[in-house]
Write a protein that binds this ligand. Structure first.
Ligand SMILES: CC(C)(COP(=O)(O)OP(=O)(O)OC[C@H]1O[C@@H](n2cnc3c(N)ncnc32)[C@H](O)[C@@H]1OP(=O)(O)O)[C@@H](O)C(=O)NCCC(=O)NCCS
Length: 414
């Protein structure tokens, strides 16, 4: 092909109009799925992580209080070449001290309206044409119209294109670097410490406990009740030292918190399995066969407690642990017992892994069992202030605040 005809083609493609509009389920599903298929997002290297949205491209935002999905289409044929999802909710961005009595100061949460961008994809054949930028800008327009004060995104720190797009072009700054901890679900059940009792809390008890103890944690969602009451929320579990409480003597969260045991911990389980499936692609046949062999042996001889490799090379589901918290010197041990309980629950539900996400300096992370090879030590969260005229008072500009020890990761956005 001559240089002049190539130049003609380039000119023609750059002339093709790109239009960004709201996603319409009735006509866009196939086009969106096609782009999704071509964008296997994953850590660099031979393996990639593919997400199957089970025919519902909007599934990863639809449980948030307000959400929107946009698509970018190109040319007269209106081919879909990119998409973006976004949602808005109210979360804690800091705390202030409230004087409660003469010498008693109580921390209270400061809330802000926060937007979140996820699932940004541009077809590989249409990259570096400004489509990603256009999608982000249109989404931010909707965020502003709906009163969002900040917007944030999460991306792998080695996703160069995404980090550059947000930090260089869109005005985001690097904010937090939590860790995604992923533990395999073995073919055998794991033992839960017999020094710990695990109680299942109803949504009202769970809400009371979370609001009283964790509402000042960064990113705590003000609508925690709607998360706990969502059908995807499979339960909240509390670990206490054996002998301190049991299901029959449970006094309710209010009385429990008036006189808690020295150490306790809590977490909730979210069913991601019914929302989307993941699949690790690109593994060699040898690797897959080895993994399968460990599982077959583990299933046949469960008493050996073999740490078998879960099924991740076919579409698999997982549970997400959110609201991981606790108090006292043995809180990490309590969290460990809860995670082991969650493992057995996930096994019964047919999940391949259990995942959670915690702040980089979270003290309880040492109690969370995980495999390094499946986990992501540094998930990069970037943030942007959408307007300058917000009065976030005592907190000031959240984007400049130092990280806390803990964060609350909303399961609806994982
Ligand atoms: C990240 C992604 C959405 C960017 O889409 P895009 O349409 O190619 O981006 P744009 O053309 O709008 O790029 C805008 C700016 O981002 C930066 N950028 C985008 N891709 C880049 C790359 N591969 N390398 C370096 N910088 C890049 C540049 O600053 C670019 O401006 P420039 O072209 O003037 O230099 C796209 O690469 C993609 O879909 N990747 C796979 C999915 C993914 O990683 N999504 C993000 C997860 S949140």
């Amino acid at each position: 092909m001559s240089v002049s005809s190539m130049n003609d083609m380039e000119a023609k493609s750059s002339e093709r109009v790109i239009e960004v509009r709201e996603f319409e389920a009735s006509k866009d599903c196939l086009g969106v799925e096609d782009v999704e298929r071509r964008c296997e997002v994953g850590p660099s290297g031979a393996l990639s992580l593919f997400t199957d949205l089970l025919g519902d491209p909007i599934c990863r935002v639809r449980h948030s209080p307000a959400f929107l999905m946009l698509v970018a289409e190109i040319g007269e044929e209106k081919e879909i070449v990119g998409m973006i999802r976004g949602c808005i909710k109210t979360v804690t961005c800091g705390k202030k001290l409230y004087r409660n009595g003469k010498n008693n100061k109580q921390p209270l949460p400061v809330f802000t309206k926060l937007a979140y961008i996820l699932g940004l994809r541009v077809s590989p054949s249409h990259r570096r044409m400004g489509i990603g930028l256009k999608l982000v800008e249109k989404m931010e327009e909707w965020f502003r119209e709906n009163g969002a004060e900040y917007s944030y995104i999460a991306t792998e720190s080695d996703n160069f294109a995404s980090v550059k797009l947000f930090t260089n072009k869109c005005g985001y700054s690097k904010f937090r670097t939590p860790s995604i901890l992923v533990n395999p679900v073995f073919a055998h059940r794991v033992n839960v410490s017999n020094r710990v009792t695990i109680l299942k809390l109803g949504p009202n008890d769970a809400e009371y406990l979370y609001r009283r103890r964790f509402s000042t944690t960064e990113f705590f969602p003000r609508d925690i009740d709607s998360i706990l009451n969502n059908k995807l929320s499979l339960g909240t579990f509390l670990a206490v030292p054996r002998g301190s409480h049991n299901a029959d003597s449970w006094p309710g969260s209010d009385l429990f918190l008036l006189d808690p045991p020295e150490s306790w911990a809590v977490l909730s389980v979210w069913n991601c399995k019914d929302v989307f499936k993941l699949e690790v692609r690109g593994a060699s046949r040898v690797r897959r066969t080895l993994a399968k062999t460990t599982r077959v042996v583990d299933k046949a001889l469960p008493f050996l407690k073999l740490p078998s490799v879960p099924e991740v090379f076919r579409p698999f589901g997982f549970h997400f642990l959110y609201g991981v918290g606790g108090e006292g010197p043995r809180a990490d041990k309590m969290v460990k017992a809860l995670c082991r309980h969650a493992h057995n629950f996930a096994k019964e539900s047919g999940c391949s892994v259990v995942a959670t996400e915690v702040a980089s300096r979270e003290p309880l992370r040492f109690g969370i069992p995980h495999w390094k090879t499946l986990s992501c030590a540094e998930d990069l969260w970037c943030i942007k202030r959408l307007g300058e005229d917000y009065s976030d008072g005592s907190v000031g500009d959240w984007t400049k605040s130092p990280p806390d020890l803990s964060i609350f990761v909303d399961p609806r956005e994982f």
